[in-house]
Design a protein. Structure first.
Length: 281
């Protein structure tokens, strides 16, 4: 996989992430720009790209399994009454232009294309910010505007009949290790207590790294979190948890997630302090 016009994010002069603008991928993986590798300041990789267990997991980005029936997530589509099914319904996110492109981040325009043409126009802003000697923050905002001229809606496997699978939106495929990472929020611990629920932030702690995902706007805080640790480590926020999300013509859906990327295993108090610093930075 290659990425032309890739952007290298730097914090305090150190590379911490590469953004692949035009990844070369087969159609069934729903090609889309993504961040990989993302690393801690000490250089530990905390993303995976097309891992063997899920080839369509592409580092950090925005992926939606159902935009009016078109798959912008990759892989099989969950069909009610049939389960995961191979369909010829994959879309692609196409980078159009950078409006800002610096070492600490960028703003770009993307077109979400499928068989009928362009469905959504996206503006995506990514910024890398130093927090401490051992932590930095990745701030990702996306705004999806319906430019199709007709009503659209966003769905998920959950809204199509698969309980607990409300993925779709911001998604981070984390580093897989021998042991599953720990999961906690400000209030609770464990995947079962966190998955499918709202929280201001969710932490994923691996062997020598911690990721803390913060919902940074009111709209984002209303989206429940999608969390996996046993089969694979991944965290995202759910645009369509209980019901499909309508996007009328000309309307925009906007979300912002700020992720603390830290060396070492943070405790609850350390995670909360870094989140507070990251969101107000």
């Amino acid at each position: 996989m290659t990425g032309n016009d890739s952007v290298v994010l730097r914090v305090a002069g150190r590379p911490v992430g590469r953004y692949l603008t035009r990844p070369e991928l087969p159609a069934r993986l729903s090609p889309r720009p993504c961040l990989h590798p993302v690393t801690t300041l000490a250089g530990t990789a905390v993303t995976e790209l097309s891992p063997a267990d899920h080839a369509h997991h592409l580092g950090v980005g925005v992926a939606v399994p159902d935009v009016e029936g078109f798959n912008f997530w990759g892989g099989r589509t969950y069909v009610r009454g049939r389960g995961p099914t191979e369909l010829d319904n994959h879309g692609a996110q196409r980078h159009t232009a950078y409006h800002r492109r610096e070492s600490d981040g960028f703003t770009e325009e993307l077109r979400w294309m499928a068989a009928p043409g362009e469905l959504l126009r996206e503006q995506r802003t990514v910024t890398a910010t130093a927090l401490t000697d051992g932590a930095w923050a990745l701030d990702l905002t996306f705004a999806l505007t319906n430019v199709s001229g007709r009503p659209l809606s966003v769905g998920s496997p959950a809204t199509n009949g698969r309980p607990g699978a409300a993925y779709g939106g911001f998604f981070w495929r984390a580093r897989k290790e021998d042991a599953a990472p720990d999961v906690f929020t400000a209030e609770t611990d464990g995947t079962d207590a966190v998955h499918g629920r709202t929280a201001d932030w969710v932490a994923l702690a691996g062997s020598a790294w911690t990721l803390v995902f913060a919902a940074a706007t009111d709209a984002t805080r209303r989206d429940p979190w999608f969390v996996r640790t046993e089969e694979y480590p991944g965290v995202g926020s759910s645009l369509a948890h209980d019901a499909r999300l309508p996007v009328p013509p000309g309307e925009t859906v906007e979300r912002r997630v700020v992720t603390v990327v830290a060396d070492g295993r943070l405790d609850r108090q350390e995670a909360a302090a870094l989140v507070a610093k990251a969101v107000t930075a």
